[in-house]
Design a protein around this ligand. Structure first.
Ligand code: PLP
Length: 393
């Protein structure tokens, strides 16, 4: 056997991608499996975006670009931050990467020395802790269950920070919980962070546009502008414009950190795909109606799913603020089902006995829950919940 690096052995492959692959394999084997594991919108990329990409290919825009993205796309990102978030950035404060995932990967590589601590609220997006481990950092998790609407308190944040803390990650609205921090909650977290000036803050705003509330989106930097010299804003086109396969994410932040992240990227992938950059520019600069169409569909499905889940014995589901996930507590269901002792076994049981693929909560750092993706048709959702209800009795 080949000896692999310790850093690889320390991380797990993405659990969400594994469930999706498992559902696909069962389906290929002829089994009727409804996939509620998807981490991507079930809509097509809007036509005007595809058209821009096709034109780019035909015009020969198929070569290397600047590592950090074309000037035109970076300007579109700058304009987006200004228009939608009230944030001002210069060209040297923006880095375009191969998805939001690479943005965070670059950040972890640029910032962390062995043993440096990264404070991550749990439940978390599956990739944060593993990308921290790949950078030899140490994830420090703060647990926030349904009883606190999956949001950490200022006291918990204070308890997790110390002189080894290098980075704090906040994702709002959250994958997997769908919860968003309110302005006053962000203000209170910012107040704690003011006492730890060496801590860099990463706000992951990937689900900014998938929100039900009519109040404007806010992140911690909007509420605490004094944190700007050490705050990175991470975002991308994957979820807002249904462009997951194009692989474009971007970061805005202090020039010094952006420059270090760019250096990491220059020695790994170089620039993100030239064609995708043109597509992302069309997404950011073009008509924005497509966002509202998807948001409305997700909202309607959300209302249906939350109500239906709460009718099933052993399941308690909070309504969310946004995203295309819900994160019900399923401890009661686990206790009702024969041979099922935890949420991992529940996921196994549901895929085998009901033909429904979900991701267990423990994949996101919280046992006794499951993540249901509503990025699938209403008919699929109805059928899947019917099957789960039948099992629950
Ligand atoms: N951040 C969060 C919270 C996510 O859920 C995802 C995707 O699942 C990403 C970032 C990265 O998305 P992408 O790499 O497709 O841009």
């Amino acid at each position: 056997t080949i000896k692999l690096a310790a850093r690889v052995q320390a991380v797990k492959p993405s659990a969400t991608l594994a469930i999706t692959a498992r559902a696909k394999a069962l389906r290929a084997a002829g089994k009727d499996v409804i996939g509620l594991g998807a981490g991507e919108p079930d809509f097509d990329t809007p036509d005007h975006i595809k058209t821009a990409a096709i034109a780019a290919i035909q015009a020969g825009f198929t070569k290397y670009t600047a590592v950090d993205g074309t000037t035109e796309l970076k300007q579109a990102v700058i304009d987006k931050f200004k228009r939608e978030n009230g944030l001002e950035y210069a060209q040297d404060q923006i880095l375009v990467s191969c998805g939001g995932k690479q943005s965070f990967f670059n950040l972890a590589q640029a910032l962390l020395d062995p043993g440096d601590e990264v404070v991550i609220p749990a439940p978390y997006w599956v990739s944060y802790p593993d990308m921290v481990l790949l950078a030899s950092g140490a994830p420090v998790l703060i647990h926030a269950g349904a009883e606190q609407s999956f949001k950490i308190t200022p006291a918990q944040l204070k308890g997790a920070l110390n002189e080894k803390s290098r980075l704090f990650v906040i994702n709002s609205p959250s994958n997997p919980t769908g919860m968003a921090y309110r302005r006053d909650e962000l203000e209170a977290l910012g107040e704690v962070l003011r006492d730890y000036p060496k801590v860099v803050i990463a706000t992951d705003d990937m689900y900014e546009h998938i929100r039900w509330s009519s109040t404007p989106f806010v992140n911690i930097l909007n509420v605490c502008p004094d944190l700007a010299p050490r705050t990175l804003v991470l975002n991308g086109v994957s979820k807002a414009y249904s462009m997951t396969g194009w692989r474009i994410g971007y970061a805005g932040g202090p020039a010094e950190i952006i420059k270090a992240m760019k250096k990491v990227q220059s020695q790994s992938t170089s620039n993100p795909t030239s064609i995708s950059q043109v597509a992302a520019q069309a997404a950011l600069e073009g008509p924005q109606e497509c966002i509202g169409v998807m948001r409305t569909a997700f909202h309607e499905r959300h209302d249906f799913v939350v109500e239906r889940l709460n009718q099933i014995p052993g399941i308690d589901c909070l309504p969310t603020d946004g995203t295309f996930y819900v994160f019900p507590r399923v401890q009661g269901l686990i206790e009702r089902l024969p041979g099922v002792g935890n949420d991992l076994e529940l996921a196994e049981y549901l895929i085998e006995q009901a033909g429904v693929a979900i991701v267990p909560g423990s994949a996101f750092g919280l046992n006794g829950y499951m993540r249901i993706s509503i990025a699938t048709s209403r008919a699929n959702l109805e059928q899947a919940l019917e099957r789960i209800a039948k099992l629950a009795g």
